[in-house]
Design a protein around this ligand. Structure first.
Ligand SMILES: Cc1cc2nc3c(=O)[nH]c(=O)nc-3n(C[C@H](O)[C@H](O)[C@H](O)COP(=O)(O)OP(=O)(O)OC[C@H]3O[C@@H](n4cnc5c(N)ncnc54)[C@H](O)[C@@H]3O)c2cc1C
Length: 391
């Protein structure tokens, strides 16, 4: 396990410290950083293994539905993601998507929806996905156009979703569609769509820089029972944002895991690589880099666990989660780049740990709100507070 001093911080309870240590020991035995050529098979195997070992219980809410607690515990989710990301980007992905994909059900699902899906997701027997983005609605998510019309006791969905993680291997998709109760964000509803729903298809698989299951989805007169709607009609945007409030902080935690692994790799190389009659770590230029990497990691960790701790305390964390995601993902990119540099030519050899990290970190600065979107959120919150109050 790398530096664990942060676990002494007051954001955590003893159960969190135990969770981080136990998962780290498990991952050291059961998780490999490099995976095979079949990313779907690897991902399915990781979901099953994480479920069988009980780690996915932290991804869902409600003990009666297989969850580790009555509510989602953001600190646990963050610690699991940070720990898994240190061992394997794909293991972190497998855990995170079970949580993000079922998050709307945990937070806003009916008792029947929770009973049907959460136990299977927690056991790793059903794979979940979260389908919000569209070709013309990414950062501007309220512009989404995929729509549903109501016919009797069914919703009929038409349109496209893209960049959907677990697309192609998921059993259950939470899909956000325009239902037209109002303009913009107020006219959206969330529906559970099962992979075998008539009119649903995976239109295209998308290959990305750090491979994981990803797809464009097509809905052509796709009929789902109205009972599959999560929350009230027209409330889908709120459902999506509440889900993202939890998982945006956890993206920061995953970035932290990648950064910590990069620092470990950098330290290992710097203290062993001989040149000019000494080792790389003897040079002050290297020491300055290492100091910057460690400080970047601690700053990101403080912001990440502050956001998680405040959310678990029942506070709104829109500003804190945005700060954590921005600083942790941008900082991790710099830390990993510095590690690649220290490894020299070996740093860019395919499947070397730092080369893999270099690819794995990149998407985190884009998904669940690109860095620019986080900046706008932080500024909006600041300006809201700064606006002159009426006399
Ligand atoms: C690997 C991966 C996995 C994903 N998984 C999922 C998933 O499971 N479910 C899902 O629904 N979506 C998923 N997404 C989609 C992701 O959330 C979107 O890619 C993201 O929201 C950005 O949307 P976009 O790609 O359309 O980029 P655009 O919206 O076109 O934005 C492009 C760039 O413009 C800049 N930008 C954005 N807004 C502003 C602004 N206001 N001012 C200045 N610059 C700005 C940012 O740099 C941004 O990166 C995933 C994406 C990736 C890459």
């Amino acid at each position: 396990m790398s530096d664990t001093r942060f676990l002494d911080w007051p954001f955590f309870d003893d159960r969190h410290r135990a969770l981080a240590r136990e998962l780290d020991a498990w991952a050291a035995v059961h998780v490999r950083r490099a995976h095979g050529d079949d990313v779907d098979a690897d991902c399915r195997a990781l979901v099953r293994a994480l479920g069988a070992a009980g780690w996915l219980r932290h991804a869902v809410a409600g003990r009666e539905h297989g969850g580790a607690g009555d509510a989602i515990d953001t600190r646990s989710i963050c610690l699991v993601r940070e720990t898994l990301a240190r061992h394997s980007g794909l293991a972190d992905f497998a855990f995170a998507m079970q949580g993000l994909g079922s998050g709307a059900i945990s937070l806003h699902g009916s008792p029947a929806q929770k009973a049907r899906w959460l136990p299977q997701v927690a056991r790793g027997e059903a794979i979940a996905a979260f389908a919000l983005s569209e070709p013309d609605a990414g950062s501007d998510v309220a512009a989404l156009a995929c729509s549903a019309r109501i016919e009797g006791d069914h919703a009929v969905i038409d349109g496209t979703k893209t960049w959907i993680s677990n697309g192609g291997i998921a059993d259950v998709y939470v899909v956000f569609v325009r239902t037209g109760e109002s303009q913009g964000a107020r006219g959206i509803s969330a529906f559970i769509v099962e992979a075998d729903a008539p009119g649903f298809e995976v239109a295209e698989r998308i290959a990305v820089i750090a491979p994981h299951p990803l797809a464009r989805l097509r809905f052509t007169g796709c009929r789902v029972p109205l009972a599959n709607r999560i929350g009230d009609a027209g409330q889908g945007f709120k459902v999506a944002m509440r889900t993202l409030d939890v998982f945006r902080t956890s993206v920061a935690a995953a970035a932290l895991g990648f950064a910590r692994r990069a620092l470990d790799e950098a330290l290992a190389r710097a203290t062993s690589r001989r040149m000019f009659g000494q080792v790389l770590a003897d040079f002050q230029l290297t020491q300055a880099k290492l100091a910057q990497m460690a400080t970047t990691i601690d700053s990101a960790a403080l912001l990440t666990y502050r956001a998680a701790w405040r959310r678990d305390g029942g506070h709104n964390v829109t500003r804190e989660a945005a700060m954590a995601k921005m600083v942790a993902t941008e900082g991790a990119q710099q830390v990993i780049d510095a590690a690649v540099q220290m490894w020299g030519g070996l740093g860019v050899v395919s499947e070397q740990p730092v080369e893999r990290l270099y690819r794995e970190i990149r998407s985190l600065r884009i998904y669940e709100g690109a860095t620019e979107v986080q900046q706008l959120i932080i500024a909006r919150e600041l300006l809201k507070d700064a606006a002159p109050k009426p006399a």
